[in-house]
Design a protein around this ligand. Structure first.
Ligand code: JFZ
Length: 325
């Protein structure tokens, strides 16, 4: 078994946090209330073809005096979760820490400067949880040479994509693994094998070896996008949402899930799963030796919807009675 992933296998239950500039829109752009195939709140910038400057006007809706990431960590802890995974950079390309790489980052748009990765790292340390970082490596809608799905049609040269990779992805991941203490996991997100798109095996291996070099104990999920043949050193597999693995898996596995539908907060989300449905998912998952990561989508003031906190705290109470320490 993989020593590096031992804590993760034992952790069983973690919190996913989708929070970023899009949280200010709550899934609705200029009054548009259409729901379609891809109505994830965090896909707003791409779906509505919002340019990189106008998109940031959403930051005006943030209440920086209210936002306290420690509250997310405390909720995770009370819910029986052992780690949190935060969207440090989602597909919109906006870095939620004080990044020196480029200018599309929170440090550059807050005064006094905020650095949510730093605040979360400190809160996790204080409360004894591991910190994972979601980093959208493949897709980036902000960088002119990053991948977006219109490029399936228009194409992009390998040279240009590599420019994005070398001047943004590599130095940002280096920053995250250098300035914030121990990072328990890197959670990448590429659900189509790289052969279908623009990312090369060499680029992905470069990223993987950077992580191994800077923090050898940091675990990396399979959505990095390399096959087991290309990189046998996989730490854990991320399955599709709510998908279950089996006891016979060769690698630790995890399934991510939301409480309603969207990952980022969506004002039109109304179909909340019940606590017992969520508990059944957790129990199914754990009984098959898996790991369940349940999402919160806080609002632009940092608050977590009541429908989510209530269910998570109920799960925590159940685990207090029935779970193993
Ligand atoms: C991706 C993102 O596009 C989305 O915004 C969110 O961050 C989610 C956690 O990850 O969306 C996916 C990717 C893969 C699957 C489902 C949603 N899948 O394989 O089932």
């Amino acid at each position: 078994t993989n020593e590096r992933a031992r804590w993760f296998t034992n952790a069983r239950f973690g919190m996913f946090i989708h929070w970023g500039v899009y949280s200010g829109a709550e899934g609705i752009w200029k009054g548009e209330k259409l729901r379609n195939d891809n109505d994830y709140a965090e896909w707003l910038m791409y779906r509505n073809r919002i340019d990189r400057e106008e998109y940031l006007t959403l930051l005006d809706r943030f209440n920086w005096n209210e936002i306290n990431p420690e509250e997310w960590v405390i909720l995770a802890k009370k819910s029986g979760m052992k780690y949190v995974t935060f969207t440090a950079k989602h597909h919109d390309g906006f870095a939620l820490w004080d990044s020196k790489v480029g200018d599309y980052d929170l440090g550059n748009y807050t005064n006094p400067k905020r650095d949510i990765v730093k605040e979360l790292a400190e809160a996790c340390k204080k409360h004894g949880l591991k910190l994972g970082l979601y980093y959208s490596h493949w897709v980036d809608w902000e960088h002119q040479y990053g991948w977006d799905h219109t490029k399936e049609v228009t194409g992009i040269s390998a040279e240009k994509y590599d420019q994005y990779w070398q001047e943004k992805v590599i130095p940002q991941v280096r920053e995250l693994l250098t300035n914030y203490g121990e990072i328990g996991m890197f959670w990448f997100d590429m659900w189509i094998h790289h052969a279908h798109t623009v990312v090369t095996k060499e680029q992905l291996l470069q990223l993987k070896s950077l992580i191994r070099e800077l923090q050898p104990d940091c675990i990396v999920n399979s959505r990095l996008g390399l096959s087991v043949e290309e990189d046998p050193d996989v730490d854990f597999k991320t399955l599709g949402d709510n998908q279950l693995g089996s006891k016979k898996e060769n690698f630790p596995w995890q399934s991510p899930a939301t409480v309603a539908h969207s990952w980022g907060f969506h004002a039109l989300d109304t179909e909340w799963k019940s606590t017992s449905t969520l508990l059944k998912s957790l129990i199914n998952n754990v009984s098959l030796n898996g790991n369940f990561m349940l999402n919160i989508g806080p609002r632009a003031d940092g608050s977590v919807p009541f429908e989510i906190t209530q269910r998570m705290l109920e799960m925590g109470r159940w685990l207090n009675v029935n779970g193993e320490a």
